[in-house]
Design a protein around this ligand. Structure first.
Ligand code: TRP
Ligand code: ZN
Length: 481
């Protein structure tokens, strides 16, 4: 790969980082509110207590909720592309992890018209991004319960601490739906923290001629009275931020790979000429990644190539990455590497974001190295040559400090450099064993930075705490081994 082909990914990040400067204060305020949250809502009674309003993540204090785990989301949506009106019904199957007198879901904007719990009408109120639900009876720890929420309105994206938009973002022919880090709540009520993973059925009805694309397998498609309903199912656990229901005028391509993976590509015709030669490489990219990282973790794959030039980023939506325009090969490699690193093995806290972005970036370097481009060492060296004043060294990637920093160059590039340092320290053989063991051992679950360090130490038999401390947690430009 030539450096110029990698350039779009890097400039994308630079733009976002630039916006980040403006947004530090709201994040700090949010952190304070979050700190007060659990105390305010955590009153105990003999009957049960309120579930916490957040999952306890200091970067996004109100994301996710306490007291339950969602096992399955069944979303039935209708979107009118001209009025931009969304009708929704969310049916959740959840399990209480404590006795619950009430609990929250994350939802912002939209009007809620009814909530039931175990089929009985439940009381609810809105409080910022929380939908607070009080069931008739206390929910018992360990027991399953069902929730339905009916809602409608014009979804609006959220502005991230770094200034970018995520969530349900209208386009000229539909909507670009990307939920990282906090956009899921703009289109469905959720336990929207990556700690909580669930299976999904998403049925979405759009005007005939438009296509609605989600993750997983297309179970059916039905047209009547000028509308088409698309029914998608993802059976493997998925974090809310990786769900999509992107709508547009798309050309569809479907096939099954040699490994039996079902591919569904949806491409905006305006992007088709540029996208075609890159998407053609998807099966070989997935095969190459499977050789390095272990078997592809899902049963379906593909791409959603939208024409949404103002977005400025792509997202690794589970099984089917979402691009704002035709991706280059590096971006295709990056988003599909996330299927292992981020989607299958998921964060438990946003501070660990380098486990997603550092790994997906290093996959780009490895792809270049093994396909006639620069060696990873050369890419590393070019970055390492940047002066101490460069934004690359602005903060350490292991705890970037706030939600506004999670997509900055230290996380992507210095995160990838950390892996390269690890590779140099343990040698290729053990390095690739570590990557593979990480992906296969935590498949469908979660992983933390501390667990990754322990795994690397176990496989290599080396002490690596110094390396990780220097590269992930120490301010300023580190010394390189
Ligand atoms: N995770 C995406 C990627 O690197 C990037 C991304 C998703 C992003 N949502 C974002 C970047 C919001 C900035 C803001 O593949
Ligand atoms: Zn990424």
């Amino acid at each position: 790969m030539t450096p110029s082909r990698r350039q779009p990914a890097r400039s994308r990040i630079t733009v976002l980082r630039h916006k980040a400067v403006l947004a530090t204060v709201p994040v700090a305020v949010a952190a304070l509110i979050g700190a007060a949250g659990p105390t305010a809502t955590g009153a105990t009674g003999t009957e049960g207590a309120a579930g916490a309003a957040g999952a306890g993540d200091p970067y996004f204090p109100l994301s996710g909720n306490g007291g339950y785990h969602v096992r399955h989301y069944d979303l039935t949506l209708g979107y009118d592309t001209s009025s931009r009106h969304l009708d929704g019904r969310a049916a959740l199957t959840a399990r209480a992890t404590q006795n619950l007198s009430r609990f929250d879901l994350d939802l912002t904007g939209l009007k809620v018209t009814g909530v039931t719990v175990d089929r009985a009408p439940a009381a609810f109120r809105r409080k910022g991004q929380e939908l607070v639900v009080t069931p008739r009876h206390t929910l018992r720890a360990g027991r399953d319960f069902s929730v339905t929420v009916t809602y409608s309105g014009t979804p609006k994206p959220v502005t991230d601490p770094d200034g970018s938009a995520d969530g349900w973002i209208p386009t000229d022919d539909g909507a670009f739906v990307a939920g990282e880090p906090q956009g899921a709540m703009t289109w469905f009520p959720a336990n929207a923290h990556p700690k909580d993973k669930s299976s999904y059925d998403i049925t979405i009805t759009v005007p005939q001629g438009r296509t609605a694309v989600a993750g997983g397998v297309l179970l059916g498609q039905h047209t009547a009275h000028g509308h088409t309903a698309f029914h998608w199912r993802e059976t493997q656990p998925m974090a809310a931020y990786l769900a999509t229901a992107t709508v547009g005028k798309f050309q569809i391509e479907q096939y099954t790979t040699r490994d039996g993976i079902r591919v569904y590509n949806a491409v905006d015709p305006r992007e088709a000429p540029a996208a075609a030669p890159v998407l053609k490489e998807l099966p070989s990219v997935l095969e190459w990644e499977s050789r390095l990282f272990g078997p592809y973790p899902f049963r379906s794959a593909g791409s959603i190539v939208d024409h949404a030039p103002d977005i400025g980023y792509a997202l690794e939506t589970q099984t089917r990455p979402l691009y704002d325009s035709a991706p280059d090969i590096s971006t295709l490699v990056h988003e599909n590497a996330h299927q292992w690193f981020g989607d299958s093995v998921t964060l438990t806290a946003w501070k660990d974001i380098w486990l997603n972005e550092g790994f997906a970036t290093y996959a780009e370097w490895l792809y270049a190295e093994q396909h006639g481009g620069d060696s990873a060492q050369k890419t590393f060296a070019a970055l390492y040559a940047r002066p101490a004043s460069d934004p690359l060294w602005a903060y350490p990637p292991g705890d970037p400090g706030s939600g506004g920093n999670i997509f900055g160059p230290p996380v992507y590039a210095r995160g990838a450099m950390t892996l390269h340092e690890l590779r140099k320290a343990v040698g290729d053989r053990d390095f690739f064993r570590v990557l593979r063991a990480w992906a296969t051992g935590n498949r469908g679950g979660h992983g933390t930075t501390a667990q990754f360090e322990r795994l690397a130490e176990r496989i290599s038999g080396k002490r690596l705490d110094g390396l990780f401390r220097t590269w992930l947690f120490t301010k300023g430009k580190p010394n390189s081994a």
